[in-house]
Design a protein around this ligand. Structure first.
Ligand code: PLP
Length: 437
């Protein structure tokens, strides 16, 4: 399978190159040259296949023979080595729990797949590979865990001092081994700028094999299809009709993977993009005008995105046909107030604890089902409530329990290297790191 650059269709690369490069010229996103369809018998009888087999069939067309079958099967089974249950919480709404991975967020799945693919592709390089990432919170933890103890790869994470939550900070700084956290005296934007400078510094790039673990990387984007199939497998056991699927969305990578699976033949009634007050896409669906905005801070902060980078892939899937797109996809924007209210309501009435991102999706799906009363569906719950304790405790008026896995993490020691936002400090660190190897 080849992938073309959405900004320059002449640039075509294979799966390996697209995974290593992350993005094409002019920061264009890579997109598969064709949409491989699912076998009809397979997709209608998912419950006759193991989860590993489903995931393998989902990914193999995209990888082709660039990773041998045996290695791809191993990568996949390591990617989905935790449960992904679909739980019915009332008559019309179920929840797909995507937070049982090591950092308690759905990004674990894409990050684990990508890290193992990169490790496979780079295993014969005689240089160590350095993955350089900036994080404002969740991404860094998922990437760090994805690459944790993966052979031949060092991870250097830059995060803004005092600007990530306590849980997030421990997920970045308590691992050790091949993961180094740089605590930057500056903002997230400073961290991103430092990384950009590092990638364009000839001294650094000639002595280190640098790669990024950006969320638009196809090796992070494509494996997200897997859990839509695993959800349908569970749905088909107990429900009739096709589900409405509601996805809490920020950069729109997650929902775009679901829509891709649908194009390949996965039976889905309708997709809903649930956004917080960052409502660029819901506005587009109303007005046909896609207009990026300044980002607004909300309780569901992983979705505070004013210019969703993956939306161009959705436009490409629908070949920029607005009528077709809006027939398959609805958008809702949900306020912080409604987010907190629904956490309380669902907790009291259905005895289910949502966190802010899932709560945004719940409100959107409920509103859609009000207008479409014959339908049923599920939301994707993208994080564990314990990652957002302040909001959740505020909503329900009770303390929540910390799961055992997290209690262990919280008791571990934080280890960081402090740097200021001056590029020379990062440069010195990276060049010395190399000479120590
Ligand atoms: C990243 C993230 C999202 C948004 O996912 P996109 O693929 O960027 O739309 C939603 N919820 C949580 C908890 C996240 O970390």
């Amino acid at each position: 399978m080849n992938y073309y650059n959405l900004k320059d269709k002449e640039e075509q690369v294979n799966f390996k190159t697209a995974s290593i490069k992350g993005q094409g010229k002019e920061k264009g996103l890579f997109f598969p040259e064709r949409i491989p369809l699912f076998d009809k018998n397979f997709i209608e009888n998912l419950n006759q296949f193991s989860d590993e087999e489903i995931a393998f069939r989902c990914m193999k067309d995209f990888v082709g023979d660039e990773i041998p079958e045996e290695d791809l099967r191993r990568i996949i089974s390591e990617t989905i080595s935790f449960e992904i249950p679909l739980k019915k919480i009332n008559d019309t709404i179920s929840v797909l729990e995507l937070f049982h991975g090591p950092t308690l967020a759905f990004k674990d799945i894409g990050a684990r797949f990508m890290s193992r693919c990169l490790s496979y592709f780079l295993k014969d390089e005689n240089k160590k590979v350095t993955v350089l990432v900036a994080t404002s919170g969740d991404t860094g933890g998922a990437v760090a865990h994805g690459f944790y103890k993966v052979n031949g790869i060092d991870v250097v994470i830059l995060y803004p001092k005092n600007r990530v939550s306590a849980v997030q900070e421990k997920q970045l700084t308590a691992l050790g081994e091949n993961i180094t956290a740089l605590e930057v005296d500056g903002s997230f934007d400073d961290c991103q700028n430092l990384i950009k400078q590092a990638f364009s510094d000839i001294e650094i790039t000639s002595s280190l094999f640098l790669t990024s673990a950006n969320s638009i990387n196809i090796a992070r984007w494509l494996p997200q299809q897997i859990y839509y199939l695993l959800a349908l497998k569970q749905w088909q056991k107990t429900e009739t009709g096709n589900p409405v699927i509601c996805v809490p969305s920020g950069n729109f990578g997650n929902i775009c993977a679901g829509i891709l699976a649908h194009f390949r033949g996965l039976p889905v009634e309708h997709f809903i993009a649930a956004c917080n007050t960052n409502d660029v896409v819901p506005n587009y669906l109303k007005t046909k005008i896609l207009k990026p905005k300044e980002t607004i801070a909300t309780l569901s902060n992983a979705m505070d995105v004013g210019n969703p980078s993956n939306f161009v892939r959705i436009l490409e899937l629908f070949q920029h046909q607005f009528e077709n797109l809006s027939a398959h996809l609805s958008g809702y924007s949900v306020s912080d107030e409604n987010t907190l209210n629904i956490i309380k309501r669902v907790y009291e009435r259905d005895h289910y604890l949502l966190e802010p991102h899932g709560a945004v999706a719940y409100v959107a799906l409920k509103d859609y089902l009000k207008e479409n009363p014959s339908k049923k569906g599920f939301i994707l719950e993208t994080a564990h409530p314990v990652k957002f304790p302040e909001s959740v405790e505020k909503a329900i008026g009770e303390k929540i329990n910390i799961p055992e896995s997290l209690a262990d993490l919280m008791s571990r020691e934080k280890k960081t290297v402090e740097i200021n936002s001056d590029f020379e400090e990062l440069k010195r660190f990276l060049l010395n790191k190399n000479s120590n190897l």
